[in-house]
Design a protein around this ligand. Structure first.
Ligand code: NAD
Ligand code: LMR
Length: 328
């Protein structure tokens, strides 16, 4: 029997990530090849005509799984009944900026859209915040939508996770699908800690295969931390296809589950695991089953890693204060 359609909201849908993401969702890349979807697309009034153009293209592409499209500039209409919300709406940084430099423009969007989601989304709606600063926007959304369970509000660090997989695969000359269990800890920012201590290729440990601690502790980390900036420098626009693809990976694994023995990185509400302060949205290694994520417990953290975990937590604590000062 055919499944009932799932309603998926994409905010900022007339933007560049939106344009890459909506066809992926309509093709079943996010929720599966047998899962019909109804797309809800939100953007602001100046982008209404462009948004309508995206809607026309979705109709023209004749996606068999696409059972309807709501294209609107009204947040209440956009949020009504949605089961999954991918929050891309906001302003990207330009060359030379840090992601937190777009804080004042973007956090206020997340404060106002929190209540539309809280009041009008389906019960148990899963929320993924992509717009930067992603962790802090997600935290503001959580704090201004107190009735949405904290386990339902996440942010995207899967792009960083995938970037780390890509770097290791290139360094070792192996298929990216063979590299498992890298971790992104902390903020989706230049303080994030890409950690391969527990990563493997087959039954071998990545540090043992690479045999170059110097690279793993410097070049590898800074390449992943600075990859977003490198893409802006090259494209004069921030990442879009990789961001859209990683957003699909994030939701697919959350809804459908992570493969046995494999974890992924997600920005989730900290419960104090690994002595990360509770009450931050922080990227952890997680496994997913039955639509719920769980932080992987018991991984050893050496002194080098401890410092990196703490540094990115400190930045998130500072961002939280800054976000509230922008909202007051
Ligand atoms: N977390 C990640 O890994 C990651 C990766 C790439 C980009 N990003 C971030 O995602 C965001 C979007 O990037 P982009 O390249 O698509 O930008 P873009 O400028 O191309 O598109 C953003 C869209 O959001 C819309 N928008 C602005 N305010 C809105 C509001 N209040 N409600 C709904 N829509 C609104 C804009 O009109 C625009 O169409 C940026 O903040 C960017 O930095 C995050
Ligand atoms: O770097 C950016 O500003 C965009 C995005 O966060 C990225 O990591 O590519």
């Amino acid at each position: 029997m055919a499944k009932d359609p799932v309603r998926v909201l994409v905010t900022g849908a007339a933007g560049q990530i939106g344009y890459a993401l909506v066809p992926m969702i309509a093709r079943g890349i996010m929720l599966g090849a047998d899962q019909p979807v109804i797309l809800h697309m939100l953007d602001i009034p100046p982008a209404a005509e462009a948004l309508n153009g995206v809607k026309m293209e979705l109709v023209d592409a004749a996606f068999p799984l696409l059972k309807g499209v709501v294209a609107t500039t009204d947040a209440v209409e956009a949020c009504t009944g949605v089961n999954v919300a991918v929050m891309v709406g906001g302003f990207p940084r330009k060359e030379g900026m840090e992601r937190k430099d777009v804080m004042s423009k973007n956090v206020s969007i997340y404060k106002s859209q929190a209540s539309a989601l809280e009041k009008h989304a389906a019960a148990n709606c899963k929320v993924l915040v992509v717009a930067n600063p992603a962790n802090t926007n997600a935290l503001i959304l959580k704090e201004f939508a107190p009735s949405i369970p904290e386990k339902n509000i996440t942010c995207l660090t899967r792009l960083d996770h995938n970037r780390a997989l890509g770097q290791i695969s290139e360094k070792l000359g192996v298929q990216v699908s063979e590299v498992k269990n890298v971790i992104i800890w902390g903020n989706h920012s230049s303080t994030q800690y890409p950690d391969v201590t527990h990563a493997t290729v087959g039954d071998k440990s990545v540090p043992e295969l690479i045999k170059d601690d110097e690279w793993l502790k410097s070049g590898f980390i800074s390449t992943v931390q600075q990859r977003g900036a490198a893409i802006i420098k090259a494209r004069k626009l921030s990442s879009a296809l990789s961001a859209a693809s990683s957003a699909c990976d994030h939701i697919r694994d959350w809804v459908c589950g992570t493969p046995e023995g494999t974890w992924v990185s997600m920005g989730v509400y900290s419960d104090g695991s690994y002595n990360v302060p509770a009450g931050l949205i922080y990227s952890f290694p997680v496994t997913c089953r039955n639509g719920e994520w769980t932080i992987v417990q018991g991984l050893s953290i050496d002194e080098f890693s401890r410092k990196k975990l703490d540094l990115t937590a400190e930045e998130l604590t500072e961002e939280k204060t800054l976000a509230y000062s922008c909202l007051s």
